[in-house]
Design a protein around this ligand. Sequence first.
Ligand code: SPV
Ligand code: MG
Length: 557
Amino acid sequence: MSVAPFRTPDKGRDKPINPQTKYGRLRGLLESRQTEFIMEAHDGLSAKIVEEAGFDGIWASGLTISAALGVRDNNEASWTQVLEVLEFMSDGTSIPILVDGDTGYGNFNNVRRVVRKLGQRGIAGICIEDKLFPKTNSFIGEDQPLADMDEFCGKIKAGKDSQIDDDFSVVARLEALISGQGMTEALRRAEAYYAAGADALLIHSKMREPDEILTFLTEWDDRCPVIIVPTTYFDTPTDIWRKAKVSLVIWANHNLRASITAMREVSARIHRDQTIAGVENEVATVSDVFDLAGNAELSDAEKIYLPATQSAPNAIVLAASRGEELGDLTADRPKCMLDVRGKPLLSRLVDTLNGGGVRDITVVRGYRKEMVNLPTIKTKDNDRYEATGEASTLACASDQIAGDTILTYGDILFRQHILDLVSKSDGDIVLAADAIWRERDPDPNSRIRDLISCSIPFKTGYLEDEAVVVKKIGPDLNSDEIDAEWIGVARLSKDGANEVKNELKLMDAENCLTGASLIELFQRLIVRGISINVVYVAGQWLDVDNPADLMDAGSFL
Ligand code: SPV
Ligand code: MG
């Protein structure tokens, strides 16, 4: 269906819009000729959540920014204080912001200054309302006085003359209906504000029904973009706005109101229960907070900008599988989250990594991923965990395979010195391998084991500084060629990390990534002539495959 353009009586209003800028994208929403929606935010975090939800724009509400600062919507927060909040909101998001500029914070001169400052901070547009400074929220009281119409037109002109980008939008908000001055006055002012240069009109109403808004829309007859704020007439079907050719609908305050409900509930409950145990699974995780704050980007940047000597290795923990052999124990959680003497197995593993200076830990989750929620980890997800193997799980974290990287299974425990040994060892890909693996269980076939045949066996007088390389790795070595069992811990240097990453890409291109294990990945590297080193260890580790292993894990501590 082709939609006619807006009636554009004045020249210069139909210039091409630059869709690359936030200014252009807000103007694009206003002029898209379909009904668009923007959502309220009041700080950097809520702005990010609005973008994450999929909205194409943000309403920086005066009411909710004030409330979030703990003050009234009466210009109690100064415009520069609001500007500071807006800067956080804009820096943290890539979608345009339309700011509720109240009455413009003074006269035309204040509007000029605000519009320039907003433009400098990448705010896409301002909405100013035709009331008096200091403003009062439109839903409070009756018959609030309106600004002089000509004086308000001067503010609109001043705003347009001060914008630093052609696509910056100045929206004129009409309060005539709310202040009881009637439809004729609203239309008279609409005409004047549009002629003064407003890019769009916002027609506001506090009626429970949409009738006066619909009448305005009919009378105004699509002369320019019109914005509505259906806070009081909230149950009007959205299709009515589409049919009435509303340009933009503002959902004006629901994030703030939702947060008030949620914060009240959680505070009351914690106060009453004197514990946080009851709410722990009902609130966002701390790692979710880190994700929203963009911590992953910071640790990537640290790898680029901090001197190499200061950068500790990062770790990738593969923890996507359920652990079938553990039966009902893993009905509601993956095995990495099973309790080992009062703490999840994964927490114990994280403690060991932290003890070795490894702080940047990415856990790849799969089965019951919501249960893998430790505060200090980053997460990646293998949502196809049921149909894929370890190599695919590792590929889900391929952007973390960079620089010095420790790679571990998520169902193992090992002593700190093993981590120190692999961390110090030379070689681009180094596996910690248990030379006395037979002591744990002499039968190589008793469970799936990652067995290794090495260039120098441990028993012939191996010296720690001698380079031992893997000749072959896999579950099906002949008994007499097995020298050790890989314990599930590896270290990759920067070059080793690149080799592993490339091999994962090759496997993907050859369609053999899906079911592959890590062992198959390592074996492919060996066949390609990449050297994989071994550091021998003597026991002091375990993996948890079955209930007996879980008992052993308790005693291991
Ligand atoms: C705001 O969100 O601050 C607004 C809309 O101005 S309203 O509260 O409906 O006036
Ligand atoms: Mg407001």
